[in-house]
Ligand binder design. Sequence first.
Ligand code: ADP
Ligand code: ZN
Ligand code: ZN
Length: 703
Amino acid sequence: MTATTDHWIEVAVQTPAHSGVGDLLSYRSPVPLETGSLVRVPLGRREVLGVVWNNGLTAPDLPPQALKDIAGALEGLPPLDGRWCQLMAFAAQYYQRSLGEMALSALPPQLRDLDNIQLARRLKKQTAATYSLQIQPGPTLSTQQTQALQQIATHAGPFLLFGSTGSGKTEVYLHAVAQVLQADDSAQALILVPEINLTPQLEARVRERFGKDAVVSMHSGLTPAQRLKSWLAAHTGTARIVLGTRMAVLASMPQLQLIVVDEEHDPSYKQQEGARYSARDLALYRGQQCGARVLLGSATPSLESWHHSRPADADSDPGGRYLRLHMPARIGAAPLPVVRRVDMNHQPRRTVLSAPLVQAIQARVAKGEQSMLLLNRRGYAPVLYCADCGWKSECRHCSAFRVFHKIDRTLRCHHCGATDRVPRACPSCGNADIAPLGRGTEQLEEQLAELLSGVRRPDGQPVRIARIDADTTRLKGALESQLAAVHSGEVDVLVGTQMIAKGHDFRRITLVAAINPDSALFSSDFRAPERLFALLMQAAGRAGRDATQGESEMLVQTFHPTHPLFEALKRHDYPAFAASELAERATASLPPFSHQALLRADAREQAVAQGFLNAARQTLEAWLGEEEGGAEVLEQVSLYPAVPMGLQKVADVERAQMLLESPSRKHLHRALSRLQDVLHTLRADPAHKGLIRWLVDVDPQAI
Ligand code: ADP
Ligand code: ZN
Ligand code: ZN
């Protein structure tokens, strides 16, 4: 007996990653539905949104009555196209998540709540908004900008635009977008930025150039209604440009022809929860898949992208897959700042602000210029300490110290948020004399105020100091107003964390200082030097953006002034830094010379977490050992023993991790997909009862 009018369809729905429910669920539909259509389907007692993945199937091995009917289709919405579905399938497989989770998390949440009438209304607004694209002319391009654009127009890419801060990369992006949109009336372009809050200037520039109707933005700061609106505009093609953060790489853009990834080295492109995808890497996949050009840009590219864009070498190396475009000169010929290293070995012990730095700040204030001081620690002091008994302000719930915040006299854990009032005396021995150890931005601000109390601006007013970090910008709009104060010249000395180093076009800053950058030189994270170098180069790029301001400088306070990283920084020589880092990575077989994945386990007890990981490793080894081709996988993939994570305990949860590493991506993925089966099998074993969760991080950004 076959039903003549019913259609069997397979639907991707969001099931929890570890639920064990298969990726696709089968339903019956009274009407034929195209692949990529959105439907509402019953799941347990709920009704959920799903994407039709396969249609027109022959009846599955189930009696028809075992299948439930779909609850309804979202009418009027064009189906998601095959390439989008393929992108989701790839991302799910690559990042080891379920297809449904990947696909559904890429859709705007509000789609789940709309009925067909509401949806029709929203769609009608979209089509009503037709307009003709008017592109404003930009400035006359420099020679190096023109050359870069010529390359982009005549090669397939992907491209790495390696341009100094202020070299006019953004202008190249905008021209590349204009080229693509002008050549084809329906073409779409995607511009990715690391953090949209930090780049309101870029958003304004894009809207001004292309008209506000052509551009939509996509980031987590939007309301659900705004997000839906942007998504529909991108999906239906009314938006010609999508400007967004990493999530935008998953947007449906049927006519996508160009993807720009600005500041491509930025770690914020890696999602840190759920499906831990890299938006930069997915942009590259997506570009290849749909024939869109991909343009990565940075003054300090990731070492991966630098390596992949290496020129061919006469001997044997055929070169990287990307085409490297170089723009060394800054627009307006404002020279990069002079970098001076302050040897802290020659300063009095416990000096925070060295004499040369204080003098330099004073000189800038006297000239009416701005200074920016970077310290990557917020709060007053990272720990409170009792010199009598050695007590330290540890967090009860985390393997970390609670940070002393003087402003409200609290001890706050920056990991779990636990907050207490500062004790009057040492909780352990009663000593009344507990003292802050180390320093954060709050203390720096306080000390600066003391040191500069007698200093006057050219107008005779006292010096004005401001601080920008996660504490001062908690309230909505606070960051914007604080940045505006800096731009309008109300601030003479700005203190902050790395938040202030990125992206802002502060035209009047002529002095930048790194207060205490040394810790990254000796970090256990092999990417720490790369991040530090990028941060310092970015910070240096903040100085002297206005050629009329005269000479600008950067001061680096360090106990290791001859460290090669600072030598390269002094010369603004990213290629030299990259060459030496890459040589070290090659020797140690680290990325980009190998591929990594982390398996993490969380439990109440460290032993349980590690026990689970080690059992997973042993089981995986055993299974692969017996399978066809498994020996080769075992040979190619190193499975390391479980270790506690650097930050071992957070909010009373013990964390452990296990590293998988391989020169071969293919073999690493074979191991990972087998590992999924292992994990589901072990989970059922009562020996691992205390396990809270596990997660897999492919191409992790921190180890
Ligand atoms: P980057 O993105 O490389 O840091 P931008 O594109 O922001 O650099 O350019 C730096 C500054 O120079 C901006 O104020 C920009 O408006 C200006 N600019 C860029 N290209 C040109 C050009 N060809 N002529 C004049 N000004 C330009
Ligand atoms: Zn004590
Ligand atoms: Zn804590």
